[in-house]
Design a protein around this ligand. Structure first.
Ligand code: PDD
Length: 286
């Protein structure tokens, strides 16, 4: 049986119901997180919960749980669903109330939903890399908030998918921002470069982990915007996300990146991340 978490209680998936006037459903008025699970344990859970808190504050939404409460609830959900490898999805909306754009009064409580998904790691993509397509970034100017409003991302991803590509590389004019559901990095002369964490991108947790791993392993990282042209002339391009991990991008707009094969720095970063994942399996709860 598959269990889901709804407002602090566990229900069999089919029994969990949300109101049709939930503001998440009607306005996308809410936020979410996707947390990776390896060996039954959440990866970088503290960073995800702190991003959740910051998204909540940015939209003036009350986060109903402390980080310890969140962790206990999500761990219980993972255990109940016997999840080994996959993810936990959680979302928080401004609750259900008669449709009106302005916020409801404080008696309307946020609605919390969480569920798990089991899936395999993207082994083939990690090894051989993926194709990407440039798509103009038409999203709003608060991409730092992990909002439920994802239409701009969906339209871009669909355009990429319709052309046989794994990801859309979003750009505002000539400047590359991020992927439709990932962060984008280039490598030039051994230096790793990615868009700075400002309002134009989501500060990915995998992005943050990769930057720290580079810094701890003498790989120079520059958080500085780069152009489409610089990306096309890079030695390596890779993307990062919770579900995709670290994937080489070997082709953009049907042009190979360098020799069209995953690059050495990308492979090194994959290896460093692998050690972090392995370390997770050795942590015992207590
Ligand atoms: N997406 N940028 C965007 C627009 C994203 O949607 C995501 C993640 C990222 C990478 O963030 P992280 O490393 O924290 O996963 C960057 C998730 C996985 C999703 O929406 O499914």
């Amino acid at each position: 049986m598959e269990w889901v978490l709804l407002n602090g209680e566990f229900f069999p998936r089919k029994e969990a119901k949300v109101d049709i006037e939930d503001r998440g459903y009607q306005f996308g008025d809410g936020i979410y997180e996707v947390i990776r699970v390896y060996h039954g344990k959440m990866f970088a859970v503290d960073q995800h919960l702190s991003r959740l808190q910051s998204s909540a504050e940015k939209i003036f939404l009350q986060n109903p749980y402390t980080n310890d409460e969140w962790k206990a609830l999500l761990e219980e959900l993972i255990d109940k669903n016997e999840l080994d490898g996959g993810s936990v999805y959680l979302q928080l909306t401004r609750g259900a109330s008669p449709r009106a754009h302005a916020f409801p009064d404080s008696s309307v409580l946020p609605v919390v939903v969480a569920y798990t998904k089991s899936f395999e790691r993207p082994d083939k993509e990690r090894k051989y890399g993926v194709k990407a397509l440039f798509v103009e970034d038409i999203r709003w100017l608060r991409c730092d908030i992990k909002s439920l409003n994802l239409l701009g991302n969906l339209l871009a991803k669909q355009k990429a998918a319709s052309e046989g590509c794994y990801e859309a590389v979003l750009h505002r004019g000539e400047t590359v921002t991020e992927g439709a559901s990932s962060n984008i990095f280039i490598v030039k002369n051994g230096v790793v470069q990615t868009h700075p964490a400002n309002n134009l991108i989501l500060n990915g947790i995998t992005r943050q982990v990769v930057i720290s791993l580079c810094q701890a392993n003498s790989i120079q990282v520059d958080e500085k915007p780069f152009t489409k042209q610089e990306l096309l002339q890079a030695d390596e391009v890779f993307l990062t996300s919770t579900t995709s991990e670290v994937l080489p991008v070997v082709e953009v707009n049907e042009k190979p990146v360098a020799d069209g094969k995953p690059g050495a720095v990308t492979l090194k970063i994959q290896e460093l991340l692998e050690k972090e994942i392995e370390a997770l399996s050795k942590i015992t709860e207590g």
